[in-house]
Design a protein around this ligand. Structure first.
Ligand SMILES: O=C(O)CCC(=O)C(=O)O
Length: 264
């Protein structure tokens, strides 16, 4: 077991868990450099469609350093060996196994760039509500800081225990967030190379970054290999195209344990 009983209880009660260092300084630096090459379009192995700019820079080609304009990059683990190796690191997957069980798949990954000066807010949400094609909705994400994530540059803020209320429909979100039964939100500062875990139904947000310091964070979204995949047609098509697989060939990335027929 990588997690103590107290850590497992904390996660079960609160839906998140600040954790320890999972990448050493050289690994963090390697991922930073690779993320810069991808963001600046200096490598070709990650299709440019997975690099999303902040809204202010979309449309006409903007002047300036693209690194300061990228909002997020997705599916890096499916295309880049350094990011895939990170998703497979035992320092991350051992605690994930304690939370999800022995059969683990990666749904997707998002490198949230929260660029210096320009990084915008990611508003309150539950990840799993955006992913209705899976049942049950109990993904667990590992959010790894590639720079120190602080209150000033947009660290994660969570609502402890919010996962216990289940999926909240989008049009009820504001009412839910104002409900007196909810505790105060808690900011979670994470030093570079360390991580935190959150449940797919935990409400969380990140603030803006107008500081001169970057705040990159790699979100690795894991699920049980036993998860039922509802295979919403358009979603399946999107994933196959995105991952350049032919029909029937696409399976979510097996990280550990077994995969099962008819499941993700
Ligand atoms: O890193 C961020 O800014 C947002 C991360 C997030 O919402 C997530 O990992 O689910």
């Amino acid at each position: 077991m990588a997690l103590s009983e107290d850590q497992r209880d904390f996660f079960a009660d609160n839906g998140y868990l600040p954790y320890r260092r999972v990448l050493d300084d050289a690994e963090v630096e390697g991922l930073r450099q690779r993320s810069e090459e991808i963001a600046r379009g200096r490598v070709e192995h990650v299709p440019p469609r997975f690099v999303q700019l902040e809204a202010a820079f979309r449309g006409a080609a903007a002047a300036g350093d693209r690194l300061d304009q990228v909002r997020k990059m997705t599916h890096l683990c499916y295309y880049d060996e350094l990011f895939e190796a990170t998703a497979r690191k035992s320092s991350i997957v051992d605690p994930i196994e304690d939370l999800l069980g022995p059969n683990i798949k990666l749904y997707c990954d998002q490198l949230m760039m929260k660029s210096r000066f320009n990084g915008t807010v990611t508003d309150w949400h539950q990840d799993s509500v955006a992913w209705p094609q899976f049942a049950p909705q109990d993904h667990v994400s590992c959010w790894v800081a590639l720079d120190d994530a602080t209150l000033d540059n947009g660290c994660m803020t969570v609502i402890p225990g919010s996962h216990k209320w289940g999926p909240i429909a989008r049009d009820q979100r504001e009412r839910f967030l104002r409900h007196p039964l909810l505790p105060e939100p808690v900011p979670v500062e994470v030093p570079a190379g360390h991580c935190m875990f959150h449940h797919g139904l935990n409400f969380h947000r990140t603030g803006a970054n107008s500081t001169p310091n970057r705040r990159r964070g790699l979100a690795l979204h894991y699920m049980r290999a036993e998860t039922m995949y509802l295979g919403v047609r358009d979603e399946e098509l999107r994933l196959m195209l995105e991952c350049e697989k032919s029909p029937g060939e696409f399976r979510f990335m097996l990280i550990r344990g077994e995969e099962f027929a008819g499941r993700v």
